[in-house]
Design a protein around this ligand. Structure first.
Ligand SMILES: [Mg+2]
Length: 231
């Protein structure tokens, strides 16, 4: 047994395969709304633009520069504008469809189930996420992993979002653990890694794409199965 007594997981891009699930949803929207007839030449164009703008908006949200409503109401408007289409009504339709359909997709990151099975046998597991309450619980249900977790802490429930140390402290306090007994696994250097470090919690940076960085991390992995060697 390791020194750790509980494991904290991020959800999006760490366990739930955000990229694959977004792509599947956008492919459906592209066909259903006949976006090729509205001036978007290919699904690939839509997806590339989505990833670029979505990543930027989430970074701004995580750093407190924008309210979550901007993601809800402006994300697809910005995407359409970047693709040369000025149609706010269409953007709202796409936004509503995306927000309702994408969480129903269940693709997980490679080896997610295998590592959860392995860890669950010895440790209580928790989700800490900046995602929105209903959306995150839909994702956990549709991907079939909700039963692995003792609880899901969203920023809405904790009253703070990662990287604030309070959301980590909230999770530990609610479950009776000290910071030295926990380890955080996540894909985001700011929210997950700097955040957990703010709360004096050990960190595992999940870096499947081998991004070069300067952040201080306790452990770094490319595959979730490597957690077996750490925890
Ligand atoms: Mg993440």
């Amino acid at each position: 047994m390791s020194v750790y007594k509980c494991v904290l997981f991020d959800l999006d891009h760490t366990l739930w395969d955000y990229e694959t699930n977004s792509a599947a949803t956008l492919r459906e929207l592209f066909i259903y709304h006949r976006l090729n007839e509205k001036g978007i030449s290919s699904f690939e164009d839509l997806f590339t633009t989505f990833v670029e703008i979505n990543t930027h908006l989430w970074d701004q949200y995580d750093t407190g520069k924008i309210h979550k409503d901007v993601i809800r109401f402006e994300r697809f408007h910005k995407i359409l504008l970047a693709l040369g289409i000025d149609d706010y009504d269409l953007s709202l339709t796409l936004s509503n469809d995306y927000v309702s359909e994408s969480p129903k997709k269940g693709a997980l990151m490679p080896n997610a189930i295998a590592i959860l099975d392995h860890l669950k046998a010895n440790y209580p597991l928790y989700i800490i996420t900046n995602g929105f309450e209903e959306i995150q619980s839909t994702k956990l249900t549709s991907s079939g992993i909700i039963h692995y977790f003792e609880s899901v802490v969203t920023s809405a429930r904790a009253g703070h979002k990662k990287p604030a140390k309070e959301i980590f402290e909230f999770t530990l306090a609610e479950n009776g653990f000290s910071a030295s007994e926990a380890i955080m696994v996540g894909d985001n250097l700011l929210t997950d890694i700097a955040g957990a470090r703010n709360a004096s919690i050990a960190t595992v940076y999940f870096n499947p794409n081998k991004i070069v960085h300067q952040e201080k991390v306790d452990y770094e992995i490319q595959d979730l199965m490597e957690l077996k060697n750490i925890i």
